[in-house]
Design a protein around this ligand. Structure first.
Ligand code: NDP
Ligand code: MG
Length: 379
């Protein structure tokens, strides 16, 4: 039995990971962590019997502890609890599926404890890639990408480790507003932005997909995972999300990974790598698919990608400011307090007002995060 812990078990990636565990029947769950959804977490505890369950919210953790008194599970809370869940001694692999920069410290703690990481939490790599990647080498732990594009690139590199990557072709659907102008985007509502054409995901990443900020975060994520320069990564719009990304080698050969837009494939691949297992669900049908089309991203109306590339090229604490400003601005947009276009305007403002720190430590990353939050609150 393989033993795994899941941080963010009640979310979109977390629940799909548990669906795979349920179907495959040969994985044991050692720890589960959530933010505040104790109703679902309790059901998960009763079904999967983890040794540790973490709830970020202290009050909610107390309520959960009371309702699972009949079980042997240890209920913990806050950052200390999240780190305890991430380092549960029996686990071999930790799925990091919390949303946002909150993932940095537990991910580092899990790696220091020698655990492989199935990484969904891209914000961690964007802000602390310069800490995470060398640490993975030092501790000899694997970072297995869960993000569909990065899993696709990872799959395209099978058997090619000795060959240099010439270029990564990172595909994007373009989101629900592809083809719209800034003028048309002025009065976009939360509901409009949450209507992704192909993927069903958590709220934050769905908004990020609509602004192209998600693709920008993924460019930085790919830079760290595959050791390439930002300018070796070309974003290509491919509206149907059939090609999940491609790699071009030095001889011009291009490898692509294709599939239906279902996150269970990259999640399962990360859990069992390098083994492929049966996965039920719809398959691609090349007789009925028709065309797969490609476009250049619209930098004019969707500045999120361009800002991310700027942040990624400059490095240091700037990617943190890009990411933190986005996290804060998206939360404000979801709460109905700012307009849609303000999201990328605020990111740009926060980046312009920031004095970059080279090679930031975890503390300095968290300081840059707080600075970006303050900037947005002051606007
Ligand atoms: P969701 O919003 O659906 O889920 C987030 C999870 O994190 C929930 O379990 C939530 O708990 C938990 N959580 C939130 N805050 C805390 C906290 N402070 N402490 C502990 N747990 C917390 O997000 P997604 O599953 O969509 O995304 C998760 C990550 O994966 C993100 O980084 C995203 O970018 C990435 N990703 C997601 C994809 C997808 O298809 N969804 C695709 C590629 C990457 P609660 O339910 O209690 O709030
Ligand atoms: Mg993705």
């Amino acid at each position: 039995m393989k033993k795994i812990s899941i941080l963010g078990s009640t979310g979109s990636i977390g629940t799909q990971t548990l669906e795979i565990v349920r179907a495959q029947k040969d994985i044991e769950i050692t720890a589960l962590a959530a933010g505040s959804n104790i109703e679902l977490l309790e059901k998960q505890i009763r079904e999967f019997s983890p040794a540790i369950a973490c709830v970020w919210d202290e009050e909610k953790a107390r309520m959960l502890a009371a309702s699972v008194r009949d079980l042997s599970v240890k209920v913990v809370s806050g950052m200390d609890g999240l780190i305890e869940a991430a380092t549960e001694p029996e686990a071999e692999l930790v799925v990091t599926a919390v949303v946002g920069m909150i993932g940095i410290r537990p991910t580092i703690a899990a790696m220091e404890a020698g655990k492989d990481i199935a990484l969904a939490n891209k914000e961690t790599l964007v802000t602390a890639g310069h800490i995470i990647m060398p640490l993975a080498g030092e501790k000899k732990v694997k970072i297995l990408p869960v993000d569909s594009e990065h899993s696709a690139i990872f799959q395209c590199l099978n058997g090619e480790r000795e060959n240099k990557i010439h270029k990564i072709l990172l595909t994007a659907s373009g989101g629900p507003f592809r083809g719209k102008t800034r003028k048309e985007l002025e009065h976009v509502t939360v509901e409009d932005a949450l209507r992704h054409p192909n993927w069903s995901m958590g709220r934050k990443i769905t908004i990020d997909s609509s602004t192209m900020v998600n693709k920008g975060l993924e460019v930085m994520e790919a830079k760290w995972l595959f050791g390439v320069e930002i300018d070796q990564i070309q974003v290509v719009i491919q509206p149907k999300s059939i090609i999940h990304s491609m790699v071009e080698f030095e001889d011009g050969a291009v490898m692509a990974q294709m599939g239906t837009p279902d996150m269970k494939l990259p999640i399962q691949y990360a859990l069992y790598y390098p083994e492929r297992r049966m996965l039920s669900g719809p398959r691609l049908d090349f007789w009925t698919m028709g065309q797969i089309t490609f476009e250049k991203p619209d930098a004019e109306n969707f500045p999120g990608l361009k800002l991310a590339c700027q942040a990624g090229r400059r490095g240091g604490s700037l990617p943190t400011v890009f990411n933190a400003a986005n996290e804060k601005a998206v939360a404000e947009f979801l709460a109905g307090r700012i307009s849609y276009l303000s999201i990328t305007d605020l990111i740009q403002g926060a980046m312009e007002s920031h004095k970059v720190k080279e090679n930031p430590s975890v503390e300095e990353i968290l300081e840059a995060e707080a600075e970006a939050y303050e900037y947005i609150e002051s606007r």
